[in-house]
Design a protein. Structure first.
Length: 175
């Protein structure tokens, strides 16, 4: 029976087998045309898209409120040390989406370290989105743009990598 199924599947191209056939009682049988018709697939795609958009509309305010309530207080530094940190942070920019959980993770770490880093909304601002794609290679957030003193730009992706770099550069020495 399994050999028959393998042989039958091999006769069909993969897209045909996945879109028009199903396994039922150990045999490969065609799915009724009404289920696989183009209007049905289009309808389901629209339903799924609007389901997730609605879910995002409901969850976004909750995520942003949660961020505000759980953001840690900044570490304390002397005035001259904080001024040095602010000068160094002026060469940084974070490309982000407001409700992205990984972006929130980076923003919380920046708040904890007391870093006044410019945030650039790559979701709603087409200029920032284009700059992210042109400079970093793709539109993926969070992305930290680091402008070195020699004019070289470094694009750092991944929230864990960004947080590790921020801690390495700006974590105050333990007393």
């Amino acid at each position: 029976m399994l050999l028959l199924l393998v042989m039958r599947t091999a006769e069909l191209s993969l897209p045909d087998a996945t879109l028009t056939h199903r396994v039922r009682n150990g045999t490969l049988s065609p799915i009724p045309e009404a289920i696989t018709s183009q209007p049905t697939r289009l309808f389901m795609r629209v339903i799924i898209r609007y389901f997730f958009r609605t879910l995002r509309l409901i969850l976004t305010p909750a995520v942003l409120i949660s961020e505000k309530l759980t953001t840690p207080k900044a570490v304390s530094r002397s005035a001259e040390e904080q001024a040095r940190v602010e000068r160094a942070a002026s060469n940084l920019a974070l490309y982000q989406f407001n409700a992205c959980p990984f972006c929130i993770k980076v923003r919380k770490e920046m708040s904890r370290l007391g870093l006044p880093v410019e945030t650039r909304d790559a979701q709603n601002d087409p200029d920032h989105r284009a700059a992210l794609e042109a400079g970093g290679g793709w539109v993926k957030v969070p992305c930290l743009l680091i402008e070195h003193d020699n004019g070289e730009q470094q694009w750092l992706y991944e929230s864990d990598d960004i947080n590790a770099w921020l801690r390495e550069q700006f974590e105050p020495a333990s007393s």
